[in-house]
Design a protein. Structure first.
Length: 692
């Protein structure tokens, strides 16, 4: 846990072992993230003058690097050249985004073809013959493509590229050191465009503008004057992978788009001398010196993305591997892509608004709240925003009304990793879902989650591996939806033990998803008929136990049907002692599946009907897919919900949310929520007042 005694001790130990490094550019001291990244890499940034053999840090071959170079020469110090890694951030640095990784090079800098660099040495070395490393590289390439990630992640996969068959020409910003030190100049760009036109006289030419140019930070080499009847500039945030998929040929000077083109299967025409040229993967018009080894795209990726960078995990404040950095950037990109249009939120209770704004308002135009469907729809239509509506309280017909006005409507609900505390007690959720098709608890219509599950048959191996690791992380931490703890009742060992999951009887998941059996007593009766000799353990829902929602079974039938009432018991502890679970639609059934416990469903929760449960309820015929458990976990816990770190407020991967839950770091009720919760206790018998 950040700030704990153990963490401080770890930092003190790391600082004592860190190698001092001196810098003579104010940027190193003005940027806390840069100091922190250097620290996790094992360097302590210091003021003063270096001695012989000390390190002097400079930013690549940038405009201020000469200062450090001059000091290093005079003092006999060694240079350490720092640059951004190739998977950087959501936006360019000039837009305020700190990088997730650095290239720290004591030999040169990757874009300077005039002298060797540490990356070049890696590319020429034997390490790239390691089979496990190449397998990681191939998975990493596939993950970047699947997530539409490049150096800058602020692209929209829904943005259409031009019709396929074009020639793609990559622009770069003027004055970039990668051009000058890569054996090129401004004139090289004109020659590149001329060569592309000459080699493809009938093809459309698409010039991809650099993100910094599109954002207005720095000029590029191409302007609207370069347009003609078959040449155009593309400034829209199109996914680089979709753009490369449609290209017949790729031309570049030294842009990272050339590197990504190689990963996408192209053999780009390269007019400069970037790090990826000279390895047999590109058509080099100015072949770099010293290079001659033939590499595969996976070997190139392994060196550039897995071996060379120092990756940083800002949530856990520690060094990370590439896969963790990718998951972090993927979470930020997903939030930006979904939220950049902004939202109008309809009918949200006051206590829910802060967390809705926190989850869906960290990127783009934020969340605006409105009461009344007409007012909310009108504002969303006028301002080009999407509409959020809490699923359980959304007005009938709101989706159709939104569609008629050209507004995208999403139903919002709690995610499946919620909190340490009850929603009915106004404890904010750690995760939320926003569903553009239906909502997960309503089997009457397809939901986005249902579609994700149905499509998961083709889930790649790396995604299944991630889900399997997540399942192990959850079970090892003993986490469930509410994480309230509690003791474990005494249970027999001489007969089967069946856990029966009670629910809030007027919960939307019961009202929409239950079959012929709809109440807790009826569920318990059905379980007893099916298992007359078993020990039935009845677990009341925490909201019902707290007296906040309906669902209490009267004492006499409860005593007659249940052998044990596991009041205040920890479900995670119970799973290790039971042989099966019976439920209507409770999430407890999904949590049991995660731990390998057989589940019987009398209703139709999202996890029923896929061949993983025994289904007595009326499962929709459309649920024909047969996903693995890990595929179900990937859909339900990785692909569907949105998570926000309760410490930093940033979008985060599910693994960070699990770490926070395990450490007890969760969103806390604000003053309004605490006041309402106390008032709610006074009117516990009328708890329906607080629903929604």
């Amino acid at each position: 846990m950040p700030g704990s005694g153990a963490e401080r001790a770890r930092r003190d130990t790391a600082a004592a072992a860190a190698r001092p490094v001196y810098a003579f550019s104010a940027g190193f001291f003005r940027r806390p993230w840069l100091r922190r990244l250097l620290a996790v890499a094992g360097y302590e940034l210091r003021f003063g003058l270096p001695g012989g053999g000390d390190l002097v840090a400079v930013w690549g071959r940038g405009p201020t690097a000469w200062r450090g170079e001059a000091v290093a020469r005079r003092r006999g110090a060694q240079l350490l050249r720092i640059e951004d890694a190739f998977l950087r951030s959501l936006h360019p640095g000039r837009s305020g985004g700190p990088p997730l990784g650095l290239l720290i090079d004591g030999e040169g800098v990757h874009y300077d073809a005039g002298r060797p660099s540490a990356l070049e040495r890696l590319l020429a070395g034997a390490r790239l013959d390691d089979a496990a490393l190449i397998a990681r590289a191939e998975a990493g390439m596939a993950r970047m493509r699947a997530a539409h990630l490049g150096k800058y992640a602020a692209c929209d996969p829904a943005e259409d590229p031009p019709p396929p068959g074009y020639v793609l020409v990559a622009d770069q910003v003027r004055g970039d050191a990668a051009i000058r030190h890569g054996g090129a100049s401004a004139q090289t760009f004109a020659a590149m465009l001329a060569a592309a036109r000459a080699a493809h006289p009938r093809a459309r030419i698409v010039i991809k503008t650099h993100p910094e140019t599109a954002a207005g930070h720095r000029a590029g080499h191409f302007t609207p004057r370069d347009r003609d009847g078959r040449t155009d500039l593309l400034t829209a945030p199109v996914s680089p992978w979709r753009l490369l998929d449609g290209a017949a040929a790729v031309y570049t000077v030294s842009s990272q788009l050339g590197f990504e083109a190689i990963l996408a299967g192209h053999r780009p025409v390269v007019f400069g001398q970037p790090f990826y040229a000279g390895w047999g993967l590109s058509e080099d018009r100015s072949p770099p010196p010293r290079r001659g080894r033939s590499l595969t795209a996976a070997q190139l990726f392994a060196a550039a993305m897995l071996e060379a960078p120092v990756w940083y995990d800002p949530f856990r404040d520690r060094r990370a591997d590439f896969e963790t950095a990718l998951e972090i950037l993927e979470a930020e990109a997903r939030a930006w892509r979904a939220d950049r249009r902004g939202y109008v939120a309809l009918g949200m209770r006051l206590w829910k608004r802060p967390q809705v704004a926190r989850v869906f308002g960290t990127a783009g135009r934020g969340v605006r709240f409105a009461d009344g469907a007409d007012r909310a729809l009108g504002r969303a239509a006028r301002e080009g925003r999407d509409l959020l509506a809490w699923a359980g309280t959304a007005p009938d017909g709101i989706r159709d009304a939104a569609r008629r006005q050209g507004v995208r409507c999403l139903a919002v609900e709690d995610g499946f990793l919620r909190s340490r505390g009850l929603g009915a007690a106004l404890v904010p959720p750690l995760s939320l879902v926003a569903d553009d098709l239906g909502i997960y608890y309503d089997p009457g219509r397809e939901s986005r989650l249902e579609r994700l599950i149905a499509d998961s048959a083709d889930l790649p191996g790396w995604a299944r591996d991630r889900a399997r690791r997540l399942r192990a992380q959850l079970t090892a931490a003993g986490l469930t939806k509410y994480n309230l703890g509690g003791g474990l009742p005494a249970l027999p060992r001489d007969r089967p033990v069946i856990l029966v999951a009670g629910q809030v009887e007027d919960d939307a998941s019961v009202l929409r998803g239950a079959g012929a059996v709809r109440g807790n007593q009826a569920l318990l009766e059905a379980a007893r008929r099916a298992h007359p000799d078993a020990c039935l353990v009845y677990k009341p829902h925490p909201d019902v136990e707290a007296g906040l929602r309906p669902g209490v079974i009267p004492a006499a039938p409860l005593a007659a049907l249940a052998d044990v009432v596991a009041a205040d018991a920890d479900p995670a502890a119970l799973f290790g002692r039971v042989d099966a679970v019976w439920t209507l639609t409770s999430l407890l059934g999904f949590e049991a599946l995660l731990r390998g416990v057989p589940v019987t469903c009398l209703g139709v929760p999202f996890y029923a009907g896929w061949g993983l449960t025994e289904d007595i309820g009326p499962v929709p015929a459309r649920r024909r897919a047969r996903p693995s458990l890990d595929a179900l976990v990937h859909a339900a816990l990785i692909a569907y919900p949105r998570y926000v770190d309760p410490l930093s407020g940033r979008p985060c991967p599910v693994e960070v949310a699990v770490d926070r839950l395990g450490a007890g770091i969760v969103p806390r009720p604000g003053p309004v929520n605490r006041g309402l919760s106390k008032l709610q206790g006074v009117f516990a018998g009328q708890a329906w007042i607080w629903r929604g």
